[in-house]
Design a protein around this ligand. Structure first.
Ligand code: APR
Length: 240
């Protein structure tokens, strides 16, 4: 039974008004990445990092899914068990669009995690309280549930499962700077890239080979919201 592996990134939520990381006026222009998204930054200044995620979480309340999120939910509903959807995004817009089986590779913004017992619970869009304690073990060692650079990302084990189980690879709205989508595209005979920009492929050795889209069999150079109908058709044609 043919299956599809979808990997999405910040570009998928850009048309919902959520800033990407590396675009112009992206999040990384306002903050020093390593202060707020690295394990070292978390060790150095828990309050700064907690404030950053509180702001992101509260912003999320007023954002809405865009047509691309709804398209992905329709795809999942019409082709149950045929779609592996791994997202690098921590927002809940895919869930709010109706998706049920999203694999969050970098955690989830609406949840907190207990550093003592590992329990994860949903706090909605509110800020983490100063006196927040784990509902399970009552420890006060509580944190955001987002994976930081330099921390383990256990969900990554799903990449290999999805690659082995799928015959089409679709990358939507990701620069490929963290998860190497070129290496993934090379594993597939069929691959589709959706991105309004031609991103350079910078190998781990730092050399510039070609652009990322040159490693995909199809490249839809559009925003996710503009490409979603065309992309839906292509995926359905592949699955049928
Ligand atoms: N539709 C599709 N793609 C878009 C859109 C859009 N409307 N707007 C921007 N893009 C593309 C940009 O061209 C860029 O290639 O989305 C990509 C966003 O890239 P990044 O900002 O690097 O985001 P992402 O690839 O998700 O980053 C991966 O890095 O910072 C860490 O953990 C964080 O999950 C994140 C990871």
């Amino acid at each position: 039974m043919k299956k599809v592996m979808i990997l999405s990134g910040a570009g998928l939520s850009q048309e919902s008004g959520i800033k990407t990381f590396r675009d112009n006026n992206g999040l990384w222009e306002e903050y020093d990445v390593m202060d707020i998204c690295s394990a070292e930054g978390w060790r150095k200044n828990r309050l700064l990092v907690t404030k950053f995620f509180n702001e992101r979480r509260e912003e999320l309340k007023n954002k809405e899914p865009n047509p691309a999120h709804y398209m992905l939910a329709k795809l999942e509903q019409n082709f149950p068990d045929r779609i592996w959807h791994l997202t690098q995004n921590v927002d809940d817009l895919l869930e709010r669009a109706g998706c049920k089986n999203i694999i969050h590779m970098h955690g989830t913004l609406k949840d907190l995690r207990c550093e003592n017992c590992g329990f994860v619970w949903d706090i909605g869009y509110r800020a983490q309280r100063e006196d927040e304690v784990c509902p399970k073990c009552e420890s006060d060692s509580v944190r955001h549930n987002v994976v930081m650079f330099g921390e383990p990302a256990p969900a990554y084990r799903n990449i290999y499962r999805a690659v082995n189980d799928s015959r089409l690879f679709v990358a939507i709205g990701t620069s490929g700077r963290v998860i190497d989508i070129v290496s993934l595209a090379k594993e597939f005979g069929n691959s589709i890239l959706v991105n309004p920009k031609r991103e350079e492929y910078i190998t781990v050795f730092g050399s510039h080979e070609r652009n990322i889209d040159e490693y995909f069999t199809e490249f839809i150079q559009k925003k996710a919201g503009e490409a979603c109908e065309e992309l839906y058709e292509k995926i359905v044609k592949f699955l049928e």
